[in-house]
Write a protein that binds this ligand. Structure first.
Ligand SMILES: [Zn+2]
Length: 351
C-alpha cells in the first residue's frame, strides 16, 4: 500500500463550500442538541455525550465541558497532559484558602474540538458522563456530519476574534519543531530542513503544513499542507492510527483499552494497514496529524480573551499534541506581553 518513497508535497488551494471564514463573521452555536455514545479510546469505557447549544443571552460561553465532577472550559490554560491525547482538567477548592481538592479530567478532546473549529462553532455545552470522550470512528467526521445544517449565530451576534500572526514564532520539543508564519509574506528560511518550500498563505486563513516522519515504523515520510477552507473535505474524516507492534506495550501502560479496528487504523511493521475498511486517503495518517493540530490550536484563548480563528501558517515537523500545546502557550505569552508593554512592532495581534 505504501511504496517506500516520500509522497510529493500535497497542497489544496480551492475553496470549499459554505464553511468559509468569509461567510461566518459572528460567533455560532448549535441549533439543537445532538447525542453520541460509544467507547472511549484510552480508558475503554462506554460513555454518553450530549452537545447542547449555548443559550447564554448576554455573553458567549465558549466551549464548555460539563463532566460529572464539574465544568471545564476548553482553553490551553486547562491542558493537564498531552501524552497520547489532549487532556483538560478542572478543580474544586475545598476551603477559603483555596487549597485544591477534587481535580477532574476530560481526556481526548482534540477530535471534537477540531470539528468545532472546522465547522465554525465557538459556543457549546459538551456534557459527558465519563472522563473521556468517545472515540467514535477515530476521526471528526461523525461530529461534522451532525453539525451540518445544525448551526446558528449566537443571540448577541458577537463578532469573531482572530489571532493574526505578524512575525514567525518558533518552538521546539524533543526532535519536533514548529514555526507559525504570517500569511502573505515570503516565509524566511525556518531552518527545519523538512523540504517544505516557503510561501505565504492566504490572508485571513489558517494553513497547516505537516512533515510526518515515522521512518522507524516503515511509513513513508509525508508532507502535506491544507488550508482551513479545505479542512472539512480533506481532513475531518482522517482516522487516528497506531502500529501493531506497539499495541501490547500501550495496553500495558493502561492506554488504548478501547482501541479496535473500527476506531483506528492499525499498520503492521511494513506500513500495511490491517483494517478491513480501506484507507480513506493514501496518506490518512498525515491528514489525521493535521486534524490533531486543529483541535490543539483551537485551545488558544481563555475566559478573559476569546480567540475564535487564526490567521497564519503553522509549519510543523513531527507534529504532536506536546509541540502544538507548546506553540499555543508561546503565542498566548507573546500576545499578553505585547499587550501589557504596548509594543508597536507586534508579533501577534487580535483583530
Ligand atoms: Zn487524533
Amino acid at each position: 500500500m505504501f511504496p517506500n518513497r516520500k509522497f510529493p508535497l500535497f497542497r489544496f488551494s480551492t475553496s470549499y463550500r459554505f464553511f468559509s471564514n468569509s461567510s461566518c463573521r459572528t460567533q455560532r452555536t448549535l441549533k439543537k442538541s445532538i447525542y453520541f455514545s460509544g467507547i472511549s479510546l484510552h480508558n475503554g469505557k462506554q460513555v454518553n455525550l450530549s452537545i447542547h447549544p449555548s443559550t447564554h443571552v448576554n455573553n458567549s460561553t465558549g466551549i464548555l465541558f460539563q463532566t460529572p465532577n464539574g465544568m471545564i472550559p476548553a482553553s490551553y490554560e486547562n491542558v493537564s497532559s498531552t501524552n497520547f491525547c489532549t487532556t483538560l482538567c478542572g478543580f474544586k477548592t475545598s476551603n477559603e484558602a483555596g487549597s485544591l481538592s477534587n481535580i477532574y479530567f476530560v481526556h481526548t478532546v482534540e477530535h471534537l474540538l477540531a470539528a468545532f473549529y472546522i465547522c465554525n462553532i465557538q459556543n457549546a455545552i459538551v456534557e459527558i458522563d465519563g472522563e473521556e470522550l468517545p472515540i467514535l470512528d477515530g476521526s471528526s467526521q461523525p461530529y461534522c456530519d451532525a453539525f451540518e445544517g445544525n448551526v446558528a449565530p449566537i443571540q448577541n451576534n458577537k463578532a469573531l476574534k482572530t489571532l493574526k500572526i505578524l512575525k514567525p514564532i518558533k518552538v521546539q520539543s524533543g526532535d519536533s519543531h514548529a514555526t507559525f508564519f504570517p500569511n502573505n509574506v515570503e516565509n524566511e528560511n525556518d531552518n527545519t530542513n523538512n523540504n517544505i518550500s516557503s510561501r505565504g498563505g492566504s490572508s485571513g486563513t489558517l494553513s497547516i503544513s505537516v512533515d510526518v516522519d515515522f521512518e522507524p515504523f516503515s511509513l513513508p515520510r509525508d508532507q502535506i499542507e491544507v488550508n482551513d477552507l479545505e479542512f472539512l473535505k480533506e481532513i475531518s474524516s482522517a482516522r487516528t492510527f497506531t502500529f501493531e507492534h506497539v499495541i501490547s506495550k500501550l495496553k500495558e501502560d493502561g492506554l488504548i483499552k478501547g482501541g479496535s479496528m473500527e476506531n483506528a487504523i492499525v499498520y503492521d511493521k511494513n506500513g500495511i494497514p490491517l483494517n478491513k475498511e480501506p484507507l480513506r486517503f493514501e496518506n490518512e495518517f498525515s491528514r489525521h496529524k493535521i486534524l490533531d493540530c486543529i483541535g490543539d490550536l483551537s485551545l488558544l484563548g481563555n475566559d478573559r480573551k476569546s480567540i475564535d480563528k487564526i490567521d497564519g501558517r503553522y509549519v510543523v515537523y513531527k507534529p504532536g499534541h506536546t509541540i502544538n500545546n507548546k506553540m499555543v502557550n508561546k503565542l498566548m505569552k507573546i500576545l499578553e506581553e505585547e499587550e501589557q508593554e504596548l509594543i508597536e512592532n507586534r508579533s501577534v495581534v487580535i483583530v
